[in-house]
Design a protein around this ligand. Structure first.
Ligand code: NAP
Length: 282
């Protein structure tokens, strides 16, 4: 039996047990998957627990993705580049760190027959997830990358870091409807990576008129999966654009983590469909 866990704070609403549980069920692999609240500063105690309970791997969410790095014996290229780890595999007592978030997003894009390579990518937001997506887009050969954020300095800081790490220039702007409209006029992929429109968040885009200026061929993507169609995605769909919500990223980052835990190259899209069904039945 494989013993896995997810840690974070808050953790009560984590969907990781559902994603990993339904994937491992579909793969017919016996498992034990725990959801554990670990507060900031609590990693050492948790790592003692990992050793004592012989846990084979764990997923991490806020606030541990960066703090874990100093405890790792090895870190993979993406995780090192992003400075952030969401998956740790325990192998012969050694802790190996990975980050599957951006690869998860890329797989979801690929399933929609899109990719970053050669594309103009416009991202709204400049939080933790945007840092990984901007670096991934740069490494995948995006043609032009824009970050628009309420606090433009945070976008500028990410742009600087992407330039230093990859040599790729990233352009920044303030997050206003007029600026989104101007920047995304000829974009291939527009991604909302802010919580605007998310269930439980009482703010949303006031003005979605910027979607009118997008080419019809552009993919409009929201990292939010609850609700499955934000107002942003609904409007884009009404205008004839192809849309992608955040469920694909959520599921694929988990499945890639499972491939790492199991050292198994299973068919991601087949298992994706099983997990997606379990998610809709929950
Ligand atoms: P984060 O680090 O907290 O960053 C939040 C970003 O949203 C910041 O750029 C912030 O701008 C902006 N923002 C927040 N409230 C805003 C408002 N009222 N108006 C305009 N901008 C606002 O969050 P994160 O980890 O990057 O996550 C971003 C989004 O992606 C969230 O919705 C999260 O749920 C989603 N996500 C989804 C997945 C998935 O698997 N589908 C994975 C990770 C994240 P300022 O810099 O100005 O504060």
């Amino acid at each position: 039996m494989i013993k896995l866990a997810v840690i974070g704070d808050p953790i009560a609403h984590s969907l990781s047990p559902l994603v990993h549980g339904s994937a491992l069920d579909a793969l017919k692999i016996p498992y034990h998957y725990e959801k554990i609240q670990v507060k900031k500063g609590g990693l050492e105690d948790f790592l003692n627990y990992v050793k004592k309970e012989k846990i084979d791997g764990f997923n991490l969410t806020m606030p541990h993705k960066t703090d874990i790095i100093k405890y790792l014996d090895e870190i993979d290229e993406d995780a090192k580049l992003f400075g952030s780890v969401n998956t740790v595999k325990v192998k012969d007592g050694r802790l190996l760190g990975y980050n599957t978030d951006a690869e998860g997003y890329l797989r979801a894009l690929n399933m929609k027959k899109h990719c970053f390579s050669g594309c103009k990518v416009v991202i709204l937001g400049a939080g933790g997830v945007v840092r990984t997506l901007a670096l991934k887009a740069a490494n995948e050969g995006a043609n032009e990358i824009w970050l628009l954020n309420r606090t433009v300095e945070r976008a500028e800081e990410i742009a600087k870091s992407v330039k230093e790490k990859t040599g790729v220039s990233v352009y920044t702007e303030e997050l206003t409807s007029e600026k989104i409209s101007r920047v995304s006029r000829d974009c291939d992929i527009l991604i909302n990576a802010t919580p605007l429109g998310m269930h439980g968040v009482d703010t949303d885009f006031e003005d979605l008129s910027f979607l009118n200026s997008l080419p019809k061929s552009a993919l409009v993507s929201d990292l939010i999966y609850n609700p499955p169609k934000t107002r942003f995605l609904k409007r884009a769909e009404e205008l004839g654009n192809s849309i992608l919500n955040g469920l694909g990223m959520l599921i694929f980052q988990g499945l890639i983590a499972d491939q790492i835990y199991l050292d198994m190259d299973f068919d991601l899209e087949r298992i994706y469909k099983e997990v997606e069904r379990a998610y809709h039945e929950k």
